[in-house]
Design a protein around this ligand. Structure first.
Ligand code: BG6
Length: 469
């Protein structure tokens, strides 16, 4: 069903960190692309006025991607500001007044989930929820019970079709392209199953620490911060069946089916780690047991994937910044044509910082001197002017396209899978910064032929090359 385009954007948390780093740059990009031409009402409790918000927005643009004079002029003319407490009905009366004749505002809650209930209640009372849609930031809940509670709150005021739960990872082109690559190349699909794939690993590595977000991170940890959401989305795109139609519900149905096939993760298949130095970060509890790294194994008990282990690894302060998937194919049968140490073919998808699709094959060296493994690589670096994830998210939400957003059943299934390991107080092992996590990982959570550590950089541009794997 087609949805009306939002005729105003109200964003709560306008003076916050996310607005500064991501939202203002996304709004400017939307103006440059011609997709934003409605009032943008910032709301916060900062004791500010509109000029102060504008100064902050301008500074944000200068710091994050650069200020475009014409786009800024336009954004500045669209910006409005309401200063007030979220518990004060007067704040919401002022918002409604500022909305004027807008009938389909988008309310973007870039605020802690603790405040959702109050804000949603006030939106309803002030008449601002009618005909509106609501966009909410991650983390969506803390565990299954809290996610169910948040869903209850949102669904009490908005139909599911008007709720847009953000996972900005989904809006990254390469994450989306994995699906189209799978289903538009007929050579891959026959191999993409338990008969040919031996194991799959997904690594999300970041070579930096918590970057001043200690207080947030210490309430969250790696599993909640990136595994339950970002990495699961990547996994679903890898594992899902081809949707029957292109619409958002058909896509999201297939993803939920993947999650439904995953049993809760057994805490004995998880190793958690914390980088040395984390406890000195501002906002972190002195004896914190929060993980900044986790490695785990899970199974997808579907017709396609049963028996293929999936390994996931994510962490802060690792040697590189990169998100990569490796699917290893089974070894060829052992015949007198096969080398005893034959390597396994693999398919590698790199999601960031560059988009890469690579296939490793074994080729003969000259004059019968043996074989080597080479990669056939197609790689594309991000180009200037490409849509960033937050621009995509806001553009789609305002247009009412829910494809790249997490549905209620999806988020609850995802929490069901991680809940037991979150609740089991398994040890948190220390690891030295810029290593691949604690020593305890390899003996316990190890893909059949070991972890494949992503390299720091890919070749320069989009082409097919052969390079040593
Ligand atoms: C966020 C996490 O959701 O995603 C961060 O809170 C993480 O901890 C970030 O660094 C990674 O996303 P991106 O787009 O910066 O790679």
């Amino acid at each position: 069903m087609s949805q009306p385009h939002s005729d105003a954007l109200v964003f709560f948390g306008a003076t916050g960190d996310l607005a500064y780093k991501k939202i203002f740059p996304a709004l400017q990009a939307m103006i440059k692309r011609g997709t934003l031409d409605v009032p943008v009402i910032g709301v916060a409790k900062a004791g500010w006025n509109l000029d102060q918000l504008k100064a902050r927005a301008k500074d944000s643009l200068a710091q994050h991607g650069g200020l475009d004079a014409a786009a800024w002029e336009k954004l500045s003319s669209l910006l409005r500001y309401v200063d007030g407490d979220y518990s004060d009905p007067g704040t919401f009366v002022a918002v409604r007044k500022m909305l004027g004749s807008a009938e389909h505002p988008a309310h973007y809650l870039a605020i802690p989930p603790l405040l959702f209930e109050e804000v949603v209640e006030q939106l309803v009372k002030s008449g601002s929820a009618k005909g509106a849609r609501i966009i909410v930031e991650k983390p969506f809940g803390h565990d299954l019970a809290s996610a169910q509670e948040l869903n209850r709150i949102l669904l009490s005021a908005f139909p599911e079709s008007s709720i847009f739960r953000i996972d900005h990872y989904l809006a990254k082109g390469p994450v989306h392209h994995m699906v189209s690559f799978r289903f538009s190349n007929s050579f891959l699909e026959p191999l993409w199953n338990r008969d040919y794939i031996e194991s799959v690993q997904i690594t999300m590595a970041e070579d930096f620490g918590v970057q001043g977000r200690g207080a947030f991170y210490d309430q969250t940890g790696a599993i909640r911060d990136v595994i339950q959401n970002h990495i699961f989305q990547v996994m679903c795109n890898l594992a899902m069946e081809c949707p029957a139609r292109r619409d958002s519900e058909s896509m999201r149905d297939e993803k939920v089916k993947v999650l439904k096939a995953i049993p809760p993760i057994d805490p004995k298949n998880v190793i958690r780690g914390q980088f040395i130095g984390y406890l000195d970060e501002k906002g972190v509890a002195p004896n914190s047991k929060v993980e900044t790294f986790a490695a785990l194994e899970l199974e997808v008990k579907s017709w396609r994937w049963d028996g293929v282990p999936f390994y996931i690894r994510a962490g802060k302060n690792l040697p590189v910044t990169c998100t990569e998937v490796m699917a290893r194919l089974r070894k060829p049968p052992n015949t007198n044509m096969t080398e005893p140490d034959a390597t396994q073919n693999y398919v590698r998808f790199r999601i960031s910082p560059e988009m890469t699709i690579a296939m490793a094959v074994s080729v003969a060296l000259p004059e019968g001197t043996g074989r080597e493994e080479v990669e056939l690589v197609a790689c594309r670096h991000p180009q200037p002017g490409e849509m960033e994830a937050y621009e995509r998210v806001l553009t789609d939400a305002m247009a009412g396209d829910a494809t790249l957003f997490a549905r209620q059943d999806y988020v609850e299934e995802a929490w069901r899978i991680v809940d037991p390991m979150l609740k089991a107080a398994t040890p948190v092992y220390p690891y030295a910064p810029h290593t691949w996590g604690p020593d305890q990982v390899d003996p316990k959570v190890r893909p059949p032929c070991g972890w494949d550590d992503p390299r720091a950089e890919e070749p320069a541009d989009f082409r097919v090359v052969a390079q040593t794997a």
